[in-house]
Design a protein around this ligand. Sequence first.
Ligand code: SAH
Length: 394
Amino acid sequence: MVAQVILKPGKERSLLRAHPWVFSGAIARAPKDVRSGETVAICRADGRALALASYSPSSQIRARVLSFDPAQTIDASFFEQRLSKALLERELMPLSSNAYRWVHGEADGLPGLIVDRYGDVVVAQFLAAGAEAHKAGIAQALLALSGAGVVYERSDADVRALEGLASTSGALHGELSPGPLEIEENGLRYLVDIRNGHKTGFYLDQRDSRALLAEIAGERVLNCFCYTGGFSLAARRGGAKSVLSIDSSGEALALARANWELNGFAGDEATWLEADVFAALRELRDRQRQFDTIVLDPPKFAPTAGHVERAARAYKDINLLAIKLLADGGRLMTFSCSGGVSIDLFQKIVAGAAADAHVEVVLERRLGAGLDHPVRLAFPEGEYLKGLVLRRAS
Ligand code: SAH
């Protein structure tokens, strides 16, 4: 018998709509001795079981649902089945890359688990107590299902602390070759630093938007927050004659340069600027520079809903500056990966920026993460990345 966690009356509503999180405030009582990551039954106030979930004693998200069938057995083969299903789904997706997200947490029925595949190397993040508790079995299944040579853990994301888990990373199976590994995406080659790169090494979620940029890039391109040059290379492939890329990280820029060379692009067509984008955009404005295409892909300005106001000001600031730098008919590809900022709010912020810049812009497209980052309608929190393509009306 699994331990029973009893909800307060009425607090079963979100579970009945298949939302997978149980917040601490919804719980009437739970046994004292439940371990971190232990599987528990989530029960209504009247005692009827609704779901099986992983318990996390120190997190606000006190339990994450593994199955809405209370009779399900949660063991190694349960995880293997979910992983296998997620892999099969990816194999049927038109991803144009040997690097993709294999598991996107809750959206794949595997709460707190992120798995990215880079060819022969599988990188996993165990970000919640349940995923952590089942790590050994999950790693074994990742190896068996993929036939990969290496399973590498990058559980060094800040969110681990909210679950009472320490930061950890390293090989779980096999050994990573020294230096970055190489992937291919839409005909471009990229070096990825699995050990120290952001997230699991690469922003796989922007694959479709990079492909779109390769179709619409103009001659003069500005790529802000360029990281390892993903959008810069895509722009060059799309026919850009000059690409100015800005990032505050020297390490990211070094890999970006290496990526540019790896693809045989001429060095004099690229400028790499180690700078703060907020300051650099002001300088470009003062020098009256103009660009045909601008990409703004900043880091998360609002990690939680509590930071939204400050984040909104930051988004407005950079978008206003970027809109002013657009040549007539030029395009801005602008993103927010803040979970607390909805697409509607983001569009309002950018509309405010355009109004303040006295520039008329046309919304051409809304963008999001690729198919390998699925969004369940029952779990809107999974839809963190949103983007807009705007054209300056001439
Ligand atoms: N567009 C990239 C991902 C961007 S991630 C891709 O597709 O691969 C965000 C990047 O912003 C990181 O590389 C980080 O180093 C950089 N960054 C964060 N704050 C910054 C700032 N104020 N100025 C410049 N770069 C910044």
